[in-house]
Write a protein that binds this ligand. Structure first.
Ligand code: ZN
Length: 351
């Protein structure tokens, strides 16, 4: 039997946040690659497109007109998945046919008036304005709703066809699945170990540096030990912070720095505008604010699908759908690749 080396040999890793395992198969990186490797198509996105419903001054499909905004701009989603109206119903206790009426609100937030800039290309102050808007919306909607989900879907490969830089905020009267499992795992960890799982995790990662992509006084950007997507990342504050509104001004500006660094490295990896789904997770809100949430730690997840180039993506199918997630490149190697990329955006180099 040969000696086990996690950089070469198959193993499983535990994700304590989701209470699940990922299969890591680094030996597969040695197999020959016969798939396509294409040069990225350079999209020419205009600064302003008269047909884009997110641009300043344009009329959206429901006939409403955007103001000529010059910074961030927030509006109610024209086709919301959740509506504020509350419906009363009789309780259904059938274990096989459970359901429950819910309520909520969906908002869209444009990051910038120009369609041809993304977060890593925006100035620090513009990114701080985005963060402050996330804070305001989290606070406002958090007064009414149990969960406020800030998320960004970027790139057509993630099903986002509109290139204008924007995100969405969905607030709900219920705790969604991902939030519910993280609430449970963080609570169990806190009861068992007496400290916050993700505060301790960020501290250990900052100490080892092995999976760090970027780091500053207040934040770490890491490829989590248990990552499933090739270049998956997390942003975690070093201090114990429950929710976005609890961040100090200094922590917000330092978040802008670390976020820009992560996203610049993402873009530089395959010299393309890196697609991903990202979102913030913090302690529950609404009526849950009165409960003890000290087991929670604020954090952001980034789930980018690209694997080998600007056009070759990973699919979570087959074994992943039927058994469990699997990856070839180790979290350590992915972090090293990202860490070693320049802080300067590839586009600013060529212009
Ligand atoms: Zn989370």
């Amino acid at each position: 039997m040969s000696v086990f080396n996690p950089n070469d040999h198959q193993h499983i890793r535990y994700n304590p946040l989701k209470d699940e395992w990922v299969l890591v198969s680094p030996h597969r990186l040695k197999r020959p690659w016969t798939g396509q490797v294409e040069k990225p198509v350079l999209d020419e996105i205009p600064e302003y497109d008269p047909k884009n419903p997110l641009c300043p001054g344009n009329i959206r499909s429901n006939g409403k007109q955007n103001p000529k905004y010059s910074g961030t701009y927030v509006f109610d989603n024209d086709f919301p998945a959740l509506q504020p109206e509350v419906f009363s119903t009789e309780e259904n206790n059938d274990p096989l046919f459970k359901m429950s009426p819910v309520s909520g609100e969906c908002k869209v937030m444009c990051f910038h008036p120009h369609s041809n800039v993304t977060l890593p290309e925006m100035s620090n102050n513009d990114v701080i304005e985005v963060i402050n808007k996330w804070v305001d919306l989290s606070k406002e909607l958090g007064e009414k709703y149990t969960w406020v989900q800030v998320f960004e879907n970027k790139g057509s490969v993630m099903g986002c066809s509109n290139p204008h830089p924007h995100c969405q905020i969905w607030a709900s009267s219920f705790l969604p699945n991902e939030a519910a499992i993280e609430d449970k795992t963080q609570k169990n960890y806190y009861c068992k170990h007496g400290n916050q799982m993700l505060v301790e995790y960020a501290r250990r990662e900052s100490e080892s540096k092995e999976r760090i992509i970027s780091e500053n006084e207040h934040w770490v950007a890491i490829v989590p030990y248990w990552a499933t997507w090739p270049y998956q990342a997390m942003l975690i504050p070093k201090r114990h912070v429950l929710r976005l509104p609890d961040l100090t001004d200094e922590e917000r500006s330092s978040l802008a720095e670390v976020m820009k660094s992560l996203l610049t490295k993402y873009d530089n990896l395959f010299e393309t505008s890196f697609p991903y789904s990202m979102g913030w997770h913090g302690a529950p809100t609404g009526l849950e604010m009165d409960k003890d949430n000290s087991h929670w730690q604020l954090h952001a997840h980034y789930y980018p699908p690209l694997l080998r180039s600007a056009t070759v993506r990973k699919f979570m199918v087959g074994y992943e759908m039927l058994a469990q997630p699997q990856r070839d490149i180790t979290a350590e190697l992915a972090a090293k690749k990202l860490r070693e990329l320049p802080e300067e955006h590839y586009k600013s180099k060529t212009t």
